[in-house]
Write a protein that binds this ligand. Sequence first.
Ligand SMILES: [Zn+2]
Length: 550
Amino acid sequence: MANRILVCVAWPYANYLLHVGQAAGAYLPADIFARYQRLAGNEVVMVSGSDCHGTPITVTADKEGVSPRDIVDRYHPKILEVWDRFGISFDLYTTTLTENHYQTVQDIFLRLLERGLLYTSTQDQLFDPQAGRFLPDRYVEGTCPICGYADARGDQCDNCGSQLDAVDLINPRSRMSGATPELRQSEHFFLKLTALENDLKEWVGKQAHWRRNVLNFTLGMLDEGLKDRAITRDISWGVPVPVEGYDDKRIYVWFDAVIGYLSATKEWAQRSGDPEAWKPFWQDPDARSYYFIGKDNIPFHTVIWPAQLMGYGGLNLPYDVPANQYVNYSAGQKQSKSKGTGTWMLDLLDVYDADVIRFYLTWIMPETSDSEFREDDLIRTNNDVLIATWGNLANRVISMIHRNFDGRVPEVAGRSPESLALLEETRQAFDAVGAEFNTCHFRSGLQAALKLAQSANRYLDDRAPWKAVKEDREHAAETLNTALTVINNLKTLLHPVVPFSTARLHEDLGQQGRVLEQGWRFQEVAAGTQLPAPRPLYTKLEVEAPAGGQ
Ligand SMILES: [Zn+2]
């Protein structure tokens, strides 16, 4: 029976290009997961969108003297281009600027207000007397109260990494006018997290299947005790507060962005022609939701968003939050073709095939600890793993069938024990790899698939069909037929990781339709199938001067 699976992926700010760390941290794992679940016959909806509110957007806009919407209009299409070229298979990638999103946010706001989970209170805030306005944290600079760094931002010190409160800065100055800000009182809405703390503790305590770092971080946060948090601010860019008398305030971006998961599912349903279709994904307790994010986003997905959902009532809480660690990029490493801009996805995609990047990022995916992205390592992994273990295997077998059997899959009279054992290993690989992908262990899922490729390579070496074909044609026919069957199934097993090249291989194996339609199951290639002329799946790359990803 099909399960319903909602794949939620972090919302990037629409004010910069996507870098490789974000791709490896959230988007690629989400995509592998979604593709696997679709292959397994489950009903999947994968959503995200560009986060268009918040001071990162307005700071960029102010710097350039344009409107926040101009910034969004510039970067949102580039983000969409990354998804398209990198093969991230969203069912909907939208923005937080839609009418539907505003309505959904205001609906949640009003329900929480009605239930006594929002209240107003005044807060000391920095005010720029020259500009005549309150200053969001990022609009204030000053000396870090912790390390003494002179150019700390109001929300964070880039020197010591501490999270700061703008009112604690020493010698604060406004980034708008340079004036010294003064403290003034401002009235805001607060989310009563303290009232939800016990329910959150009880719920988190039951999530034994979460990654250890996610669970421990969340429990630590709850043990320290939650504080009520302001959910509005004195700015003019954002979702309006749906209560009279607050025209000069907007809903804080952290409160609005996570609601995007819900509003995007609703928008997906509207676009699909069945406006109610979002409901089973959010209301049926058997549906599961997965949130793919980087570790810096854990609190918003294991505490804040669940608190909003609990307060609202009747909607599913996250089933899993498989947050990843970081991918680091060392600036001192040897430069190669992308000239130090190798961290930006669009630049990387100009140089390397999407599948080569996907394979490498899965190979080093930071599931349990930080990992390091290196272009020379990407090239070595392409040559020594992707091609040596998998690409050559497919290419060799298809070429030998062309050379010796006119490109037709040979008939088999009977199978020897070693052929039967390899086919059995292939059948079992669907369970082994599927179990890893289903539990968000993408690195080990890939390794389990490659283990089967290694077995197939050993089998070929042992039986040497290139020699056997001269003295025992039936022996060679059995070997090539068996190896081709394994390749056809490895195509499916590897499809979530390298979807473009396996789709090409699907055609090269003379198969109809799409890989997706084959399903997550063992399938033979019928003897007699005519294979198109062989073409290499991947291109060998040079470490010194990359030959380019053709
Ligand atoms: Zn500092």
